[in-house]
Design a protein around this ligand. Structure first.
Ligand code: SF4
Length: 73
């Protein structure tokens, strides 16, 4: 599984970093980023963070590259 944030969609609400701080953080401008080494989507509350994002900017992808729509929003 891979986790990524669409920086064109992110509004910097910070919910991801609040919900799953061992996977997400915020850059100097307040936008969400995935912590280095956490791109594999492992960590606590990742799915909750995906749901918490108010603009569905976070995507979880399975290993073959398909996007599971149920993991968005
Ligand atoms: S919760 Fe969504 S909008 Fe907020 S910082 Fe994270 S990715 Fe960006």
């Amino acid at each position: 599984m891979r986790v990524s944030i669409d920086s064109d969609v992110c509004i910097g609400a910070g919910q991801c970093a609040l919900t799953s701080p061992d996977v997400f953080t915020q850059d100097d401008d307040g936008f969400g980023t995935v912590l280095p080494g956490r791109e594999d989507g492992t960590g606590t509350l990742v799915r909750e963070a995906v749901r918490a994002c108010p603009v569905q900017a976070i995507t979880l992808q399975d290993p073959v590259g398909g996007t599971d729509p149920s993991q968005r929003g």
